[in-house]
Design a protein around this ligand. Structure first.
Ligand code: F0G
Length: 523
């Protein structure tokens, strides 16, 4: 069969969608911060990559030091898959991550590592661990109630206590009923409370993956709603609104009833049932349009979760591993997650790994006995991740400084474009090498083509195609904020790459300002 006649059996629909915008390119070579493709005439084009694997290429495409290490590992015939044995490489990786946690998050509490293959899989592991933990907390609470019931029975039967009328009223039992009716009602109430499904909390705009459970923590309704019935639900809290958080918590709170004896009187008291599985947050929300979490709201979340006994999960899949100018983006806002998740850049753009780090005080080590994956702890990925950490930490953290410095230079340029086109560019946000530029909404644009593409949600692809074909720039909008373009290059971004982007963005701004009738057509 000739190439032309060969059916497209992988991602045919996506390819068809990309094609009108000139985005259906096959890249043939990648190195550092650049991708290359060859056009129909056989000419090679260099593209500056600002999408960089949506954050997985902090150290660039095909980093030669990492590639060398990969070859060494393979040549040394290091055992890659050895389930149910010791994994010193994986343990070394967990230890290296713990050293960075201690340094950046100022805690000496150990974090235990659970490994998966991708970001979403690591999020699924965190969800499972949180649920495992929640059920044990629920059991401890209900066992405590049973112990108290036994103590109350003893106290009443030996005449040491009497049931208060308020106790009957609180439990909704007739005042003439006896202790056993009260106990039966308390148990009935508690059984119903205990059947409440877990609820997760997260922030509006969040992105935590697209697997069966993690998708319910991802804000974008197009991705989330078709799979709503598959898994536990989340409530999405508006950012920087502590009152809205307090209201959600109070609306969703579930109490169990407990019996206590005080001064010879049996009383009914309410105790919080652990309905909240975990609060998932991104220190910098990527898909929400590159939005750093404020220090203040991070503190509020930590306080509310500490009161609820609900773990805070810091999803550093996109913003972590050095991109923000520190290894952990949470370190800029003093946020210490009970769980921390890493993936993307941790495996150097060559291997694949995801890790959930759980602090000792919240870790349930029985979880290790019931969760595993064939590829979840392979030596190859662990050794590559160790190499990545070694490279990031070299020269007293030169890579973090590079992320900070390159990011500052890039941001200064984006701010300058905004200053010259305030009618077109709404905002510039982010830190380090995780930046976003938000355009004003074009739904009411004078140009019919720009207006219609905006209304149908395609304007982002049209602009991306124009940037790529006309200016050799690769970037996309974020998944849930469609007017914001992402700039997440590697630390190898050159000054000339920034200049190329500036020319390109000024051209885009020009088209939008002039409301060019041809819009961004490139094919
Ligand atoms: N969490 C965050 C914060 C992410 O940005 C992503 C992926 C995931 C979890 C899921 O990780 O793709 O390895 O399963 N974000 C990509 C993006 C898809 O578009 O930025 P994954």
């Amino acid at each position: 069969m000739t190439e032309a006649a060969a059916p497209v059996l992988a991602d045919a629909n996506v390819r068809q969608m990309l094609s009108p915008f000139g985005l259906d390119i096959e890249y043939t070579r990648a190195e550092g911060n650049a991708l290359h493709y060859t056009d129909e005439e056989g000419r090679e084009h260099r593209v500056v990559d600002f999408a960089c694997g949506f954050g997985s290429l902090m150290l660039g495409h095909n980093n030669s030091e990492i590639a060398e290490r990969a070859k060494e590992i393979l040549d040394a015939k290091v055992p890659v898959h050895t389930q149910l044995a010791q994994h010193s490489h994986t343990n070394d990786l967990a230890r290296a991550l713990n050293e960075i946690i201690a340094r950046e998050l100022h805690t000496d509490e150990p974090y235990y590592a659970l490994f998966g293959n991708s970001g979403a899989e690591a999020v699924e592991i965190a969800i499972k661990h949180a649920e495992f933990d929640r059920l044990q907390r629920a059991r401890e609470l209900l066992d405590g109630v049973e112990d108290n019931i036994a103590a109350v029975r003893d106290a009443v039967s030996d005449g040491g206590a009497q049931v208060s009328p308020e106790a009957y009223a609180l439990a909704g039992v007739a005042g003439s009923a006896g202790l056993e009716d009260l106990v039966a009602e308390v148990r009935r109430h508690n059984e119903a409370a205990a059947a409440t499904p877990p609820l997760f909390l997260t922030i509006e705009g969040s992105f935590h993956g697209k697997l069966a459970s993690s998708i319910q923590l991802t804000y974008n309704e197009m991705f989330r709603l078709p799979f709503k019935s598959l898994s536990a639900q989340a409530r999405f809290v508006p950012a920087d609104q502590p009152d809205a958080l307090a209201k959600i918590v109070s609306d969703e709170r579930v109490a169990v009833l407990d019996l206590v004896v005080e001064d010879g009187v049996v009383r009914v008291v309410e105790r919080d049932f652990p309905v909240f599985g975990a609060f998932f947050l991104e220190p910098i929300r990527g898909e929400a349009g590159i939005r750093p979490l404020s220090e203040e709201f991070a503190r509020t979340i930590q306080q509310v979760c500490a009161e609820l006994g609900c773990p805070v999960v810091s999803d550093e899949i996109q913003c972590g591993t050095g991109r923000s100018g520190a290894f952990f983006a949470a370190s800029h806002i003093g946020l210490v997650g009970d769980y921390i998740i890493l993936a993307k850049s941790l495996a150097g753009g060559i291997a694949k790994t995801g890790v959930v780090l759980v602090r000792e005080g919240r870790y349930r080590n029985d979880f290790e006995l019931i969760h595993s994956s064939t590829f979840g702890k392979d030596s190859f990925s662990s050794l590559i991740a160790l190499k990545v950490i070694e490279m990031l930490e070299a020269d007293g953290g030169a890579a973090y400084r590079a992320a900070e410095e390159r990011g500052a230079k890039l941001k200064t340029m984006l701010e300058a474009v905004r200053a010259d086109f305030p009618d077109v560019v709404k905002d510039v946000r982010g830190r380090g090498l995780m930046l976003g530029l938000e355009f004003h909404d074009q739904s009411e644009a004078a140009s019919e083509i720009i207006r219609e593409q905006t209304q149908h949600g395609y304007i982002g692809f049209a602009v991306a195609g124009y940037l790529l074909r006309k200016h050799g720039i690769r970037t996309f909008t974020t998944a849930s904020a469609l007017h914001t373009f992402r700039f997440e290059p590697s630390i190898y971004l050159g000054d000339e790459d920034i200049a190329q982007l500036e020319t390109a963005l000024r051209a885009v701004c020009g088209v939008l300002r002039r409301q060019d009738e041809k819009g961004f057509a490139v094919v």
